[in-house]
Ligand binder design. Sequence first.
Ligand code: NDP
Length: 445
Amino acid sequence: MALDLQDFMAKVIAKDPDQKEFHQAVEEVVASLVPYVNAHPKYEKAKILERIVEPERVIQFRIPWVDDKGEIQINRGYRVQMNSAIGPYKGGMRFHPSVNLGILKFLAFEQTFKNSLTTLPMGGGKGGTDFDGVGKSDNEVMRFCQSLINELYRHIGPNLDIPAGDIGVGAREVGYMYGQYRKLANEFTGVFTGKGRTYGGSLIRPEATGYGVIYFADAMLKTKGESFEGKIVVNSGYGNVGTHLIHKVNELGGKVVTIGDQYGYAYVPQGINAEMLDFIEPLWARDRRPAKDFADEFQVEWRAGRRPWEVKCDIACPTATQNEINGDDAKALLNNGCWCVAEGSNMSSTKEAVDAFIEAKILYAPGKASNAGGVAVSGLEMSQNSMRYSWTSEEVDAKLKQIMAGIHETCVEYGKVDDYVNYVNGANIGGFVKVAESMLAQGII
Ligand code: NDP
C-alpha cells in the first residue's frame, strides 16, 4: 500500500496526542519522503517509517538535589534513544524549563537525520531536563549535574550513547556531568562531547555549530554567485550558536545587526563588532544574563517585546529555539527583501514559515542540514578520544568545512528540481537513505 501522509500522521498523533513539536518534526520529514518511499516500496514493506518514528528507548527519571538554602528540589530528566542503526546514540542535553518529552522526541528524531547527513557513524538521541540554570549558583549547578548523572550514567557510554550540550548546557555543565560519570563508571572515556580542552575536548567544538551554519550558508550563496561580503544578517540568540556565528560572519565581511532573547532584541545598525562580541560571549554562556544588558552597556536601541525578523536584511539566522520564526515573521522577512535563511536552532521555523520561504523560492536551509556542524565536530571529538590523539584547530576546521560542503552537496543531490534546490527535501531524503538502508540490512529489530 502506498504511503499517505495524512493517514500516517493520524496514527502518530493518536499515539501521543500532546507531543505537538514531535508531530511537526515528523510531518515535515514524512512530507518530503512520500514520493521517495512510494518509488522504493521496500521501505514501506519493511515499515521503516513506522519504526523510525518510534524511539528505541525512552528513559525518564527523578533528579533530586539540594539548593543553597538547604531545600530539596526535584527536577525531571529524560534521555530519548531514538535510533542506533548507524552508530551509538548521539545528541545533546537541554536544560530549560520548557523541556518535555515531546520536545526531546522532536529533537532526537531530527538528530537521527542530521547525524546521518554528516556521514559520520552516529545514531540519534537527545536528552534534557526542566531545570532552569538562570539565577543558580555554580555549586547548585554542580550538585544538579551530579544528581542527574547518578541516574543517567547507567544508560550512557562511549559505545552506547554520547551526550553533549544544547540550550542551557555549555562547557561548565558538560564538565560537571562528565566528572560525575567518570567517578561512577571508574573509567576515563569519551562519553561526552563538548568537554573542556584539558580533558579530551576537541578544538573548534565550541565554535562548530555557529561556524558550520555560516559555511553552509556560504555554500548556498555561492550557488547564486554571492558571498557574505557586505551582507546584512539578522540573528536571534547570543548563546553558543549565536556568538560563534557572529564571529564567522564578521570574518567573511558581513554585518550582524541583532541579538535578542525572549524579552526583545538589541538593534545595532552598524553591525556587532569585536569589542561588542567580547562582551556578549560570556553574557549568556557564563553569566546567564539577559540580552538587554548588552544594549544598556553599548547604548544601542533595545526593542522590547519584539523579534528581530522585522529588520531589513539579506540573510536571517535564527539561533535561539524551535518555532522562533512564525508565518508572520516569514512574511516580514520576505517583504523586507530577505533572500536567504540558514537555521542555527533546531526547527527554527513553523510549517507556515517554511512553506512561505519555499514558495518564495529563497535559499532556505533547515537546521538539520545547516546546524549539523556541532554534532559533526562532536563526532570528530569521539574519533580523537578513541585514538587518544588530538588534531589542531586547522585540521578540525578543515574537516568541518569539508563535512558542511558534503551536506550541502547531498541536499542539492536529493533536493534539486529544475533550477530550485529544496533543501528541506534534500536534507530529509539525504538523511533518511543511510538510516533506512542500515535498518533494512539489520532485520526486524
Ligand atoms: P544556549 O543556551 O547557549 O543559547 C540559547 C540562546 O537562545 C540564548 O540566547 C537564550 O536566551 C535563547 N533562548 C532560549 N530559549 C528561548 C526562547 N524561548 N525564546 C527566545 N530566546 C530563547 O544554546 P545553544 O546556542 O547551544 O542552542 C541554540 C539553538 O541551537 C537550540 O535550538 C539548539 O538546539 C541548537 N543547536 C545547538 C547546538 C550546539 O552545538 N550547541 C548544535 C545544533 C543545534 P534566553 O533564554 O535568555 O531567552
